[in-house]
Design a protein around this ligand. Structure first.
Ligand SMILES: [Zn+2]
Ligand SMILES: [Zn+2]
Length: 337
C-alpha cells in the first residue's frame, strides 16, 4: 500500500496521517447521529469483539470450576499465570515479529521513521527497549494481572461479592459489557493524569515514557505501581453486581488492549489492498509530547480539559502556548522566592 495517499512523511522519515484525529462521536454536543452510526462498528470491531471472545474462551477452557476456585491452590494459579504469559507472548509477539523483526511493511504507516531496536539506549535495562519491556511485562505485569484475576475469581467463588448469571440477567450483563470500554477509558484517564503529577511522574510513570518511540513491548513496560493501578480497573466487578466473565473481559481489555496503542504503525497491512486501522496515533502523540492526550479519545476528557492534540499544526501551537505559559509561571515563582 502507498502510505503517502493517506499521510505525509517528513525529512526525518516520520509519517503522519492526513487530516485531524477525532474523538469518538459519542459524548458530543450537539449529538451527531450519523457520525455515531458510522463509528459504531469500529467500537466493536475488531478489538472489543476479540477481547470479549478471548474472555469467553478463557472462562470455558482455562478457568477451573467454582469449587476449585474456592481455595487458593498453587496448581490452578500457576496454570492461569502460564496461560496469560503464553497468550501475551503470542499476541504481542505476533505484532513484534511482523512489524519489527520481519519488517513486513518496512516503515509504511510508521509514525517514527526509526526502529527502536536499531539503537542502544541507556534509559533501558540492558540498553534495549525490547529487553526492558519484556522483563517488565513478564516479570511484573503478568504476575500483577494474574494476582488480580485470582483474587477476583476467589471472591466470586466464595460468594464474597454478588455473582449475576447470564441466565438470570442477560440484558443487564450485556449493558455492563457494552460500557466497559468507557469505564476503562475513564479509569485510565484518571490514573494516568494522576501519575503525570511531577513527583509521581518521576517515581512511577517516567519508566513508561522511556519509550518515546513505542513498540509492542512498550505497552506494559511500566513501573509495578502503574501496572497495579492500570489493571485495577477490573476491581469494579467486585463493586458492582457483575459476572466473572466480565471481570476477565476487563482484564483482557487492559492486558491485550494495551498493545494496540503502542504498535507505532497507523495501519497493519493485510496484503496489498486491505489494512486494519490501529488508531494508535492518539497515544503515539502522548509518547511524543508527554503532556497531551492522556486518554484515547473514546470519551473526550482531553478536549474538556484542554489537553487534546489532534495531530494538526494548530494543536501544536496550542500545546506550545500552554507550555510557555507554564514556564513563565514557574519562572515568576522562582523569581519571587
Ligand atoms: Zn503508553
Ligand atoms: Zn503518560
Amino acid at each position: 500500500m502507498d502510505d503517502l495517499t493517506f499521510g505525509k512523511r517528513n525529512k526525518r522519515g516520520d509519517w503522519a496521517p492526513d487530516g485531524r484525529i477525532e474523538t469518538a462521536p459519542v459524548f458530543t454536543l450537539p449529538p451527531k447521529p450519523l457520525a455515531f452510526l458510522k463509528w459504531l462498528p469500529h467500537y466493536f470491531l475488531p478489538w472489543n469483539v476479540l477481547f470479549a471472545a478471548s474472555a469467553v474462551a478463557y472462562w470455558h477452557f482455562i478457568v477451573p470450576e467454582a469449587e476449585v476456585l474456592k481455595t487458593f491452590h498453587f496448581a490452578w494459579i500457576l496454570r492461569l499465570f502460564l496461560v496469560n504469559c503464553v497468550a501475551v507472548f503470542l499476541f504481542y509477539g505476533a505484532f513484534e515479529l511482523r512489524l519489527y523483526i520481519l519488517r513486513a511493511q518496512d516503515n509504511r504507516f510508521k509514525y517514527n521513521g526509526k526502529f527502536p531496536g536499531d539503537n542502544k539506549n541507556p534509559a533501558f535495562l540492558f540498553n534495549s527497549q525490547n529487553a526492558d519491556g519484556i522483563i517488565r511485562t513478564f516479570g511484573m505485569a503478568l504476575p500483577i494481572w494474574t494476582a488480580l484475576e485470582v483474587g477476583i475469581l476467589y471472591a466470586y467463588a466464595n460468594g464474597l461479592v454478588p455473582w449475576v448469571s447470564f441466565a438470570a440477567k442477560p440484558w443487564y450483563l450485556f449493558g455492563i459489557a457494552l460500557v466497559m470500554p468507557i469505564f476503562h477509558e475513564a479509569h485510565f484517564f484518571a490514573i494516568h493524569r494522576l501519575i503525570h503529577w511531577a513527583p509521581l511522574y518521576r517515581w512511577i510513570h517516567s519508566v513508561h515514557h522511556n519509550s518515546v518511540n513505542p513498540s509492542p513491548w512498550s505497552s506494559l513496560s511500566m513501573h509495578p505501581v502503574e501496572q497495579l493501578l492500570y489493571f485495577s480497573a477490573a476491581l469494579i466487578h467486585l463493586i458492582i453486581p457483575s459476572n466473572p466473565i466480565l471481570a476477565i473481559y476487563q482484564l483482557h481489555y487492559s492486558g491485550f488492549g494495551a498493545v494496540v496503542g503502542h504498535l507505532g504503525f497507523d495501519k497493519i497491512e493485510l496484503g496489498a489492498e486491505a489494512a486494519i486501522d490501529s488508531h494508535a496515533y492518539t497515544h503515539y502523540l502522548h509518547h511524543k509530547f508527554f503532556e497531551v492526550n492522556y486518554g484515547d479519545g473514546l470519551v473526550p476528557f482531553d478536549k474538556w480539559l484542554g489537553t487534546w492534540h489532534d495531530g494538526t499544526k494548530e494543536s501544536d501551537a496550542r500545546m506550545q502556548a500552554r507550555y510557555e505559559k507554564r514556564k513563565a509561571r514557574a519562572n515568576a515563582a522562582t523569581a519571587a522566592k
